[in-house]
Design a protein around this ligand. Structure first.
Ligand SMILES: O=C(O)CCC(=O)C(=O)O
Ligand SMILES: [Fe+2]
Length: 404
């Protein structure tokens, strides 16, 4: 189990009771992003002088999205199949359709997913299945809260990198242009599901090892449905709890009245039943900052308690859990040129990296090591390059391992 820092943010970006503490919060965030590539965020209303609700996720917002996700995944297979994912990366993907770690997996991921792309003027730019069509405004609102949260995180990171606060945020959507951002519902059936009959506990995973391609990812998890693991620099897998404990490392992550108060925050979050949102850095932000911000490899496994030899007993006793998660992959606007970030902090890091690391960053070098005479990659090109390097793509853009 790894204890990652919990960073308390106010969403409005105005100082409020926080006493202009953005500097300390940004610094804590940058530290976590450079050390782990992962951290949690929590939000304290008392620290926010925005006009109350509306700008951040309420418990009800998140519960409702999970309700919608369940509603969708439990709709008839034939119905979901009409909204199958295509080259544009939106729509439904069934069990074993995605293979995130082709080198190590014998069979595709044990999961189903539903991807939503950008919303424009409140409207989805893709057909919505009957189970969700009536809830377009709710999906749009949730996606918009995700974008706002990403913008705020990017603003705090920019502050800590000593560049204009709008440097990253103004290069992200949705108001600045089209992006490849995706809101994604995920469903990992429990071991007791009939779809699990081909599962082999020594070889199969719910989602294979991978890094995310965007700038940052938000992950919403449900209490009791753990399974996420991250690869540590030592090359071992560490489980990431849904509820971070109030360890000293988390309470040191941000200071001040409205910083993370360790135990106090943990209790508050539990009372409200909303675990903090897990954030991770993706490949494009790592590339953009020459590897200073880490894009950490992670995967989703079946909980050890369900994989042990007494699994049969657990399954029989109905203790095995489905896992539902909701992910938001935040990407820059497609035509953003990934020129080196004008940050002295990044420049210093670049000077200290070895040539070997510099060529591996973002698995295609970093923005600062561009060959002379070559133009910078755009965000869309970077994504295409990452996708091509990960999968031997079939024509439609995702690798199919089984008919779905
Ligand atoms: O479901 C999860 O917990 C993580 C999913 C994930 O890492 C992804 O979809 O990229
Ligand atoms: Fe991921």
């Amino acid at each position: 189990m790894i204890q990652l820092p919990v960073i308390n943010i106010n969403i409005s970006g105005r100082s409020g009771n926080n006493g202009g503490d953005d500097g300390a919060v940004g610094k804590a965030m940058l530290e976590a992003a450079t050390r782990y590539g992962f951290f949690y965020i929590d939000h304290d209303d008392a620290c926010d002088d925005s006009d109350g609700g509306g700008d951040y996720f309420s418990v009800e917002d998140v519960d409702w999205m999970f309700e919608l996700s369940k509603k969708f995944f439990s709709s008839p297979r034939e119905e979901k199949a009409q909204y199958k994912i295509g080259p544009d990366n939106v729509g439904w993907s069934g069990m074993h359709t995605e293979l995130l770690d082709p080198e190590h997996q014998r069979i595709g991921d044990f999961k189903e997913a539903m991807n939503f792309g950008d919303f424009k003027d409140g409207k989805a730019q893709q057909p919505l299945p009957p189970s969700l069509a009536a809830f377009e405004p709710d999906l749009n609102r949730f996606s918009s809260l995700c974008n706002k949260t990403c913008a705020r995180i990017l603003q705090l990171l920019a502050l800590a990198l000593e560049i204009p606060q709008t440097y990253f945020a103004s290069r992200h959507g949705p108001s600045n242009g089209t992006t490849e951002s995706i809101l994604r519902f995920l469903f990992y059936p429990s071991l007791s599901s009939p779809t699990m009959s081909n599962y082999q506990h020594d070889r199969d995973v719910r989602a294979g090892a991978h890094s995310d391609y965007g700038s940052i990812t938000l992950l919403f998890q449900r209490p009791g449905q753990h399974g996420l693991e991250i690869l540590t620099p030592e090359g071992t897998w560490a489980s990431v709890p849904v509820w971070p404990s109030s360890s000293p490392s988390s309470s040191s992550s941000s200071k001040g009245e409205c910083g993370n108060g360790g135990e106090r925050d943990d209790v508050r979050a539990r009372d409200n039943r909303l675990p903090p949102i897990l954030i991770n850095i993706g490949d494009v932000l790592s590339y953009w900052t020459d590897g200073l911000l880490k894009s950490t490899v992670h995967r989703v496994v079946f909980p050890h308690s369900e994989r042990d030899p007494s699994t049969a007993t657990r399954v029989a006793a109905n203790l095995a859990q489905d896992r539902y998660s909701i992910v938001f992959f935040c990407h820059p606007v497609d035509d953003t040129e990934l020129v080196p970030v004008p940050s002295a902090v990044v420049a210093t890091h670049r000077q200290h990296q070895s040539v070997l690391t510099a060529t591996k960053v973002g698995y295609g070098g970093g923005a600062g090591s561009l060959q002379p005479g070559k133009r910078a990659l755009t965000a869309k090109e970077h994504l295409e390059q990452r996708l091509a390097a990960t999968y031997q793509f079939e024509k439609e853009g995702i690798r199919l391992t089984a008919p779905s």
